[in-house]
Design a protein around this ligand. Sequence first.
Ligand SMILES: [Zn+2]
Length: 362
Amino acid sequence: MSSRTVRASRALAFLLALALPACVSKQSPQPDEAEAAGENRVVATETHTLEEVAEGVFFVRYTVPRFNSNSLVVVNDEDVLVVDSHITPATARALIASIREVTDKPITTLVNTHFHFDHAHGNQAFGPVRIIGHEFTRRTMAGEPLKERTYRDWLARTARTVSGLETRLANMEEGEQRQAMAAYLAGAKAEAQEAEEVAPVPPDTVLLERMTLWRGDREIQIVFCGRAHTGGDVVVFLPKERVVFTGDMMVGGPSWLGDGYVNEWPAALEKLKTLDFDLILPGHGAPFRDRELIDHVASYYRELWSAVRALRIAGRSIGETAAALDFTKYADTLGIRQPGVDPQAVGRIYELLEAREDARKE
Ligand SMILES: [Zn+2]
């Protein structure tokens, strides 16, 4: 990598951090990609990399410098199953085009790990396929998903990014950093525009606990481990291949907590650990093999829950609690290097605690 590329990519990393979207915690570390990629075959298209982590099983990452989620593509004897449909129909069409670089078999089945826009707003681009998700995901997407707060947050954030970048670009000298910023601005504008096309398509096939699909000799398990990142996350587990696609219920560090059930999440992670896998393919970031990361994340959620609860009982506001907390002891394990906690995460925990109190009163 040349120093010019390094400078440009640093500028881009800075921009991506500015515009960091809802589904990824600001503090998630990115595991070593080279180590995770190993010796697997990787097919690079204009928009994606498809890493063959087991025979016919591709971990798919979007390589355009814009926010998006990862997908899983399982090529079977007769058909193709895809997990998570990307953030917009336009990016989903790019995903389908990339899948066509590795197989011409028909895509018959789509799984949504959860309802969040960056995993499910591409559904409509797949046409008449079976879409599988948790019953909660079906209910949320059949309701008013465009009014969901995580989506609205992202739209507002994108609008702020666009106006902020326009102001900064107007006062900036020509150069690599300006070029990188201009490219990012164009992407953010395109994102906002592409979002207008979204007409959410909910899953037509639902599960509550577990579902198994057989494709020839291939066993594909879809498992609900309990409420975690949302009320209906499912993971896709291939027992023979020993890989699991976890969506956002387990990424390489803390996830976005704004729709989460922080108090129930550690139990869901315990259940995840009962599956017999070697490789975790997360909804964002690079694959990883270190199962201990699951324990660190679970213990962070437990401690976060009880610390927030204690400060709420002590009468602190959401802002005061967010500022008072310090989890930098997780710097080495989870990459939490700054004191303080995202106020939206704290607000969500307050909301859960209030709901519990209301339930007791009734
Ligand atoms: Zn999510």
